[in-house]
Design a protein around this ligand. Structure first.
Ligand code: CO8
Length: 232
């Protein structure tokens, strides 16, 4: 792996996107390596995962603009699908994934954080969907997940205006659950992951599945999903 590091600490795995020279931007190789890293996690001995970025400035500054500018239409579609597949893998990963957003989370960076179960951030974090300013749409699920997380009105404002928001505003609109001084962010994420890891692992997994699957259907179908998972 060139751009991803993985550390296991007890029941908690820490995945770090490690391409700081490009502010951890997502090129095809980074996406492939994220996928391979999650595929390799030992689910018998891991109960929660923290996803963060290397360095003190950026979580992920988006999809790689240089690579995207070289893509044909077909290649662009394949790149969009690759991102969607990898982010969906994170979203449906059997155990909780916590995004520790340590700086810029723009475009694909905001989008990968939204595929995680929980987002916490540092006080220097900046979130945004700058895509329409670049002539594209937030194609790694941004139009869908942002609206689900913060409501359609706020998502539309952020996406149409392409205006970045700082950590305090991300907290105010519910995009992140908590804000920490930068040096306290990773310890806080690991502490939360360990708190989760102390609970019954199958119950936690079933809760993730029940919440995720239940949000896609009406309440009558949703409670049946919960019932079926209750005794699993
Ligand atoms: N891609 C590639 N390289 C990047 C990216 C990026 N997204 N962001 C930063 N870098 C590189 C810079 O080119 C620079 O490299 P170098 O030192 O070789 O010149 C290095 O990182 C440091 O960046 P800056 O010098 O620009 O650092 P600043 O502190 O001055 O600025 C910013 C930081 C504000 C984050 C600035 O770098 C920036 O605006 N970056 C681009 C942010 C952006 O627009 N991201 C969204 C991209 S679009 C997207 O994510 C779409 C997702 C869906 C795709 C669907 C496809 C179908």
């Amino acid at each position: 792996m060139e751009f991803i590091t993985y550390e296991q600490d007890g029941f908690v795995g820490v995945v770090t996107i490690n391409r700081p020279q490009a502010l951890n931007a997502l090129n095809s190789q980074v996406l492939e390596e994220i996928e391979a890293t999650f595929d390799a996690i030992d689910l018998d001995n891991t109960r929660a995962v923290v996803l963060t970025g290397a360095g003190e400035k950026s979580f992920v500054a988006g999809a790689d603009i240089g690579e995207m500018s070289t893509l044909t239409k077909a290649e662009g579609e394949a790149f969009g699908k690759k991102g969607n597949d990898v982010f969906r893998k994170i979203e449906t990963f059997p155990i909780p994934v916590i995004a520790a957003v340590n700086g810029f989370a723009l475009g694909g960076g905001c989008e990968i954080s939204m595929s995680c179960d929980i987002r916490i951030c540092s006080d220097n974090a900046v979130f945004g969907q700058p895509e329409v300013g670049l002539g594209i749409t937030p194609g790694f699920g941004g139009t869908q997940r942002l609206a689900r997380l913060v409501g359609a009105g706020m998502a539309k404002q952020m996406i149409y205006s392409a205006r970045n928001i700082k950590a305090d505003e991300a907290y105010r609109i519910g995009l992140v659950n908590a804000v920490y001084p930068l040096e306290e962010l990773l310890p806080a994420a690991e502490k939360l992951a360990n708190t989760i890891a102390k609970n019954a692992p199958i119950a936690v997994r079933n809760c993730k599945k029940a919440i995720n699957d239940g949000l896609q259907v009406n309440i009558d179908e949703a409670i049946v999903i919960e019932e079926k998972l209750f005794l699993k």
